[in-house]
Write a protein that binds this ligand. Structure first.
Ligand code: FES
Length: 104
């Protein structure tokens, strides 16, 4: 059975970047606001030591700030070199403005 943990309010996600870094069970997680659809992936880029919450979000993708690797946010799939590894994704539930996460 899924365990849901509250991690943030929807309003905490920066309207400028569309992202927010939070923690779940000691792991950094990046939240994304895709025009009202909240998604969550691991925050650390699998290619290096970069926070995806500091990246550039566009059209459902996140571009890593360090070497510009791009991931599809919903699927976690890498879209272009140098990234080749899927992002870990988290299940998201929103209730009364609170974002809950569960490991997928
Ligand atoms: Fe993200 Fe290299 S650290 S693309």
């Amino acid at each position: 059975m899924a365990t849901w943990t509250p991690v943030a309010q929807v309003g905490d996600i920066s309207p400028d970047t569309g992202t927010l870094r939070v923690a779940l069970e000691g792991e950094a997680v990046c939240l994304y606001d895709l025009q009202g659809e909240i998604c969550a992936t691991q925050d650390r880029c699998p290619h290096g030591n970069a926070s995806l919450a500091d990246g550039y979000m566009e059209d459902g993708t996140i571009e890593c700030p360090l070497h510009q690797g791009v991931f599809d946010i919903r699927s976690g799939k890498p879209q272009c070199p140098p990234v080749t590894t899927d992002l870990r994704r988290y299940a998201v539930r929103v209730e009364a403005g609170t974002i809950y996460l569960s490991p997928e």
